[in-house]
Ligand binder design. Structure first.
Ligand code: MV4
Length: 469
């Protein structure tokens, strides 16, 4: 019955996972459950990595440099061919949002598990994404839809929208290249600095302007779309607890949304995903302030924090990506997508929160993950493992589910206290400080939560265990 008789179906036997760490393991677990072989690729620095041990087959793709191995398009496609893989899952980061990679994979006769290159490109430029959203009737932050040309134009816009305004890079995203301007006197300098930064960071000096919202939440909507024009929204994640644009804690649902707003934002996200021909799992980022939501940008990949959506909606998003790439029609409808309870994710980074979150990688000693009802650990490490310094500092993600937010928080505090990671410094004490903070427990955290509450750091210091010499 049903889906396996659809003539567009192309059931995979082997998937190559073009990533490392916890997300490579996460994708390979989904492969196993679907009865698929999984192939790891790895750099010289990752010979001993857990994702390599887990895979059915593994293929060395480094040198030249460990940092670049997972960006080596030709080597990854050669590995897929050599190991008999029919499809490639990119995880997040590295090549996940690279339209040239998608085209190279497709040209090699392989399937990219993710959106079409065209959909990626349509959402790639920030002003283009704002135009797509506006055309689809999705609210954006008041501002321009085309890049600005000079500082005088920015001053006119400051007058029109009222200060403060934000100058942003068309090629930016994820918080890079944002300048806040609070008066016309500041425009010349901010415009020049933003242009220089954008040229260096994104090789694209184009800038645009928005009204600046002073105390928003970061709320993002998860969507899933198939190849036949069907799309559903799977609620939201509140990712307001960030530091320097690095998310630290994410939760589903947002304490700030009503069921009505959730339905409205979900419908808006689905309209926009359909309008750009989106396929696979995708995330639409919004700012939320004073009961209103504003589309910011779309992430055309599976995200680190997809786990909290899975726990609350009971849908395996990575398995869904694979099934959609195989040509399956979406097997459930929007009305079947029902949230249950609450989930929170704490990113377990090897960083020192007491020294500006500087990376603190090294060799793990004893290592014990928390277990029990409602606890999930997506990890990329193990006991006695030397964490390579060439990559990011995310060791694992700790996720708890509860029948309500309070239960999810209590369970997270229990699980954080049980998590034992010797040999490397982690941000666990910072999470413990955040999870007992009255602003967080009240569900009132905005993107300014960490900068406005330095007491989080003194409390994290108190909670830091003395290190064994
Ligand atoms: C904004 C904003 C306020 N007003 N845009 C930073 C990340 C990038 N994706 C967008 N960002 C922001 N854009 C307007 N018009 C505030 C931020 C912002 C922010 C957004 C999401 C999560 C954390 C943030 C931290 C500081 C600023």
């Amino acid at each position: 019955m049903g889906s396996s008789h659809h003539h567009h179906h192309h059931m995979f036997r082997t998937i190559l996972v073009a990533n490392r760490g916890e997300i490579a393991l996460r994708v390979m677990r989904a492969c196993r459950e679907l009865g698929l072989r999984c192939v790891a690729v790895y750099s010289e620095a990752d010979r001993d990595a857990p994702h390599v041990a887990y895979a059915d087959d593994a293929f060395l793709i480094g040198p030249p440099s460990p940092a670049e191995s997972y960006l080596n398009i030709d080597a990854i496609i050669r590995a897929a061919k050599a190991t008999g893989a029919e499809a490639i899952h990119p995880g997040y980061g590295f090549l996940a949002e690279n339209a040239s990679f998608v085209r190279a994979v497709t040209a090699a006769g392989l399937i990219f598990i993710g959106p079409p290159a065209e959909a990626m490109e349509r959402m790639g430029g920030k002003t283009a994404a704002r135009r797509e959203a506006t055309a689809a009737g999705v609210p954006v932050v008041p501002g321009v839809l085309e890049p600005v040309t000079d500082a005088a134009e920015v001053r006119r816009l400051g007058k029109e929208f009222g200060y403060p305004i934000a100058i942003k890079a068309v090629g930016g995203g994820g918080g890079r290249g944002l300048r806040v301007v609070r008066s016309p006197e500041e425009v010349d300098e901010a415009f020049a600095a933003a242009r220089r930064e954008a040229e260096v960071a994104f090789k694209n000096g184009e800038l645009y302007v928005e009204k600046y919202l002073d105390d928003p939440r970061h709320i993002e909507i998860q969507v899933l779309a198939d190849r036949y024009g069907n799309a559903v929204a799977l609620g939201e994640r509140d990712c307001s607890v960030q530091r320097r644009h690095q998310k630290l804690i994410e939760e589903c649902p947002s304490p700030a949304l009503t069921p009505e707003l959730r339905a409205e934002m979900g419908a808006a996200a689905v309209r926009l995903a359909k309008a750009v021909g989106y396929v696979s799992a995708g995330t639409l980022e919004f700012l939320f302030q004073d009961g209103r939501y504003y589309f910011l940008e779309m992430n055309t990949r599976i995200q680190v924090e997809h786990t909290v959506t899975e726990m609350v909606y009971g849908i395996d998003l990575v398995a869904a990506q694979i099934r959609i790439a195989q040509g399956e029609k979406l097997w459930f409808k929007q009305e079947d997508v029902v949230p249950r309870g609450h989930a929170i994710e704490c990113r377990i980074n090897a960083e020192d929160p007491l020294h500006n979150f500087r990376p603190a990688l090294g060799t793990i000693g004893e290592y014990h993950e928390p277990v029990g009802f409602g606890v999930r650990v997506d990890s990329g490490v193990r006991a006695y493992y030397t964490v390579p310094s060439h990559y990011d500092s995310l060791l694992a993600k700790l996720i708890t589910w509860g029948s309500d937010r309070q239960e999810a928080i209590a369970r997270m505090r229990r699980a954080l206290a049980e998590y034992r990671i010797e040999g490397v410094t982690t941000i666990i004490p910072f999470h413990q400080a955040a999870l007992e903070h009255p602003v967080f427990t009240a569900g009132a955290a905005t993107v300014n939560f960490i900068p406005r509450h330095p007491e989080l750091f003194s409390r994290a210091a108190e909670l830091t265990p003395p290190t064994a010499a």
